[in-house]
Design a protein around this ligand. Structure first.
Ligand code: ADP
Length: 805
């Protein structure tokens, strides 16, 4: 191969490499094509890429080998001491490349740090151990170029040849270039990996979120399963703490779970989920104290971090080796815990060379590569920081979703109870409405009847003959009826809302002023007593007064006195009547006593036996007694008659009679009396039909005629005349030429027991009731009676009667 050709193939190979790296982002593809290209370029028997683990051991991750010449080392692990730490550091710090040639026992070393690709290869004698190691792998010559990813020794690109081979400086630089490209590819691939992981995480978060935030039915179980899957756990659980003392905590589980924990209660033992056990809180507290609050609580390996003693029992039967717990917290409220478990795994390592040097197989290189299997069982697989971060993110979603779900449940419960409340309230309102309607109609009825009542009251008050006024506690009028106003001489509105005491009953008849507090009405307001008063006077507007009788009664409202009502009447007339009655009684008793005294004394003398019964004196006394008895009988008859006629107890039996008949009949009755007194009666009868009580009219006429006879001197004439008048009445006249009547007696003689002369009764046998009876009869017939007289010349008694009914 010419030099030019070699350069061409070199360039071509570089292009191919770079293209491949650009085309594929899959690291395994890049690595396997890298080893193939390098082997083709160097024309060696085995090119491999060796990747370091964190502990310094490593594994062959890509290889191109001529299996005729050398054994395959792909997938084999090499212990850390195969490439000691100081060598690894040299690779990293100096970017040291080494070329070993067993045949010449030479090792060439060249540092490529600071881009010094043209650096010289310095040769020295190879370490026999190193040479032995290569020989054990069947290599006579080797080339090693470090692969550095950022500041980490990622791995080595190694070429072995079963025969001695010289590696030129150029070849070394080309391999270096390829190693550099590989580094770039590794970085890109890592970037891709992390982008993929991130995308995967985001997808997981989205899926979990979808389950969680479907509000109506929280698909927590599914979300949990998805979460366990996303964080690569073997199981997990969500414990929702009880919202209040009445409710229970809720537990959702997925995959393998720890057992329930025994909890001592008062007298018994119960089994509860981990999160409800007191040791859970202790663990949280202790763990939180020792770390950043924001971080989840993760135990990477139960074997390395001893569990709380209580827990051992519940985790023992399981394969769970790690736990990560996220506090589900939202708005300072702990809603529960999300825990994810991870089971231990079995790790199989295929060792290219056991560290025990005494093994005879190590003496025979080919044989030494018989694969040694190392199986580590149930080993914890620690959480990566991205897994912890993912768990935390998902936990946040859980917290928000649970919060929202609980809120939603509360709203739903509230809504349900609200609906119930609305229904109840509606029913209540309907009931209240019905009651209200009933009440309104009742009230309207009551109002109507109240109005009726108040109208009636008003009518009663207005039509009452008595004066009525109401007072409040201050003595101000609250109502005054028309009768009260009229009696007092005011208008109703003049008396309303007035201090009535100042107007009506401020002083006595003698003008002695007395205060409101001294009145019985004030007493009524104070004590509630009813007062009947008959001896006071009230004042009118015109400053005159009148005797009054009143009663003051309290007005009460709910047991409280709120005012008084005063009912009064003017008793002037009654007092007059009372006086007249008193007078009447004294007159009657006097009138009765006089004849009785005569009778008694006559009988007294006769009964003494001192007189001869047949003597003229005895006879005289008997006559006196008889006359006085007759007088008494007359008197009593007249009194009774008058009272009966006046009181209307005697009804007039009216019929049609001829007035002329009545006049002649009357004259006939008194004729003998006239004759005895030597009086002539002249009658001019008037023939007119008269609607009258015959006997009562004759009684009237005879009364007047007998008076005329009584008070006329002998040999005079008494006239009885009647005329029909223009107003349809008959006017009767009884005219005498007697002693006449003094003017001041013209009226009074028609009253009872009124006589012009006190001796008239005694001398003329009169009772003083005749004219009073006449007046009553005439009045009962609807007529009038009077007397015209000139003292000493005679009197004319006249009366009129309507002729028809
Ligand atoms: P008496 O029974 O006393 O007559 P009367 O009522 O009839 O009672 O009369 C009342 C009084 O009127 C008489 O007592 C008398 O004084 C007076 N008197 C009545 N009629 C006449 C008369 N014709 N002339 C004068 N005085 C008369």
């Amino acid at each position: 191969m010419t030099k030019k050709k070699k350069v061409d193939s070199l360039e071509m190979m570089l292009h191919r490499m770079i293209d491949r790296i650009r085309q594929s982002l899959e690291l395994s593809v890049i690595l396997s094509s890298t080893v193939a290209e390098v082997r083709a370029f160097l024309n060696t028997d085995r090119v491999k890429i060796y990747q370091f683990e964190a502990d310094g051991s490593g594994e062959v991750v890509a290889e191109s080998v001529d299996s005729q010449k050398l054994s395959s080392l792909l997938g084999q692990h090499f212990p850390a001491e195969d490439i000691p730490l100081e060598i690894r550091e040299l690779y990293l710090r100096e970017r040291q490349r080494t070329i070993v040639n067993i045949a010449s026992r030479q090792i060439g070393m060249s540092s490529s740090v600071n881009g010094n690709s043209e650096a010289e290869i310095k040769f020295r004698e190879v370490d026999p151990c190193h040479a032995e190691y290569l020989v054990a792998m069947g290599a006579q010559s080797s080339l090693v170029v470090p692969i550095v990813d950022r500041d980490r020794l990622w791995g080595l690109l190694v070429s072995h040849h079963s025969l001695p081979q010289i590696v030129t400086k150029n070849e070394l630089e080309v391999v270096q270039l390829i190693a550099d490209q590989t580094s770039i590819a590794i970085a890109q691939s890592n970037l891709l990996e992390s982008t993929r992981a991130q995308a995967k995480q985001e997808a997981s978060i989205n899926r979990v979120g979808e389950f969680l935030h479907s509000m109506t039915e929280m698909q927590l179980q599914k979300a949990l399963k998805q979460t366990v899957f996303a964080v690569q756990g073997s199981g997990g659980r969500v414990y929702i703490t009880p919202q209040n003392t009445e409710s229970e905590g809720q537990l959702f589980v997925s995959g393998e779970q720890p057992l329930l924990l025994a909890q001592e209660e008062e007298n018994s033992q119960s089994f509860v989920p981990l999160e409800k056990h007191p040791s859970w809180q202790t663990w949280l507290k202790n763990t939180l104290q020792s770390r950043d609050l924001a971080l989840p609580l993760a135990i990477a390996d139960f074997d390395a971090n001893p569990l709380p003693s209580d827990w051992k029992i519940c985790f023992k039967p399981t394969r769970i080796k790690s736990i990560i717990t996220i506090k589900l917290e939202y708005r300072q409220k702990i809603l529960g815990y999300l825990s994810i478990f991870r089971q231990g795994i079995d790790i199989e390592t295929i060792w290219a060379k056991r560290p025990d040097r005494d093994d005879p197989r190590n003496q025979f290189p080919r044989k030494s590569f018989e694969i040694w299997r190392e199986l580590k069982q149930n080993k914890a697989r620690p959480w990566t920081s991205s897994e912890i971060e993912l768990a935390q993110t998902l936990g946040n979603h859980f917290a928000i979703a649970i919060y929202q779900y609980q809120l939603y449940q509360q709203v739903r419960a509230l809504n349900a109870s609200l609906e119930l409340r609305v229904q109840e309230r509606t029913a209540e309102l309907q009931q209240a409405n019905q009651k209200l309607v009933q009440e309104i109609s009742d009230r309207l009825k009551t109002r109507a009847s109240l109005e009726r009542l108040s109208h009636q009251n008003e009518l009663i008050l207005n039509s009452a003959g008595e004066g009525i006024y109401g007072l409040n506690l201050e003595g101000i009028t609250t109502f005054v009826n028309p009768a009260a106003a009229e009696i007092l001489g005011y208008g109703v509105d003049e008396l309303e809302s007035q201090p009535i005491h100042e107007i009506v009953n401020h002083s006595t008849a003698e003008g002695i002023v007395y205060s409101w507090q001294e009145t019985p009405i004030y007493q009524t307001l104070q004590t509630g007593e009813i007062h009947y008063i008959t001896n006071e006077i009230f004042w009118r507007k015109d400053r005159t007064n009148f005797p009054v009788e009143y009663v003051s009664t309290p007005i009460r409202e709910q047991e409280q006195i709120v005012g008084a009502v005063v009912i009064f009447k003017d008793i002037t007339e009654r007092l007059i009547i009372d006086r007249m009655k008193d007078e009447f009684v004294s007159v009657v008793s006097h009138e009765l006593r006089t004849p009785l005294t005569s009778i008694r004394s006559a009988i007294g003398v006769l009964s003494s036996g001192r007189l001869e019964p047949k003597s003229s004196k005895s006879q005289r006394l008997l006559e006196i007694a008889l006359n006085n008895s007759n007088h008494l009988v007359r008197l009593i008859n007249d009194i009774l008659d008058l009272e009966r006629i006046k009181s209307g107890k005697v009804t007039m039996l009216k019929e049609n009679h001829n007035a002329a008949d009545l006049m002649t009949d009357a004259v006939e009755i008194v004729q003998s009396m006239a004759d005895k007194a030597q009086i002539t009666i002249s009658v001019t009868p008037l023939s007119v039909q008269l609607w009258s009580d015959r006997d009562r009219l004759i009684q009237t006429l005879t009364n007047l005629l007998s008076n005329a006879i009584k008070f006329s001197p002998p040999h005079t004439t008494v006239h009885l005349d009647a005329q029909l008048q223009s107003d349809g009445t008959i006017r009767f006249e009884v005219k005498d030429r007697g002693r006449g009547i003094p003017p001041d007696s013209l009226e009074t003689i028609f009253d009872r027991f009124q006589q012009v002369d006190a001796s008239d009764s005694r001398d003329r046998g009169g009772t003083g009731l005749g004219l009073a009876i006449c007046r009553s009869i005439v009045q009962q017939h609807g007529g009038q009676i009077w007397v015209e007289s000139i003292l000493g010349q005679g009197s004319t008694f006249c009366f009129t009667l309507p002729i028809g009914d």
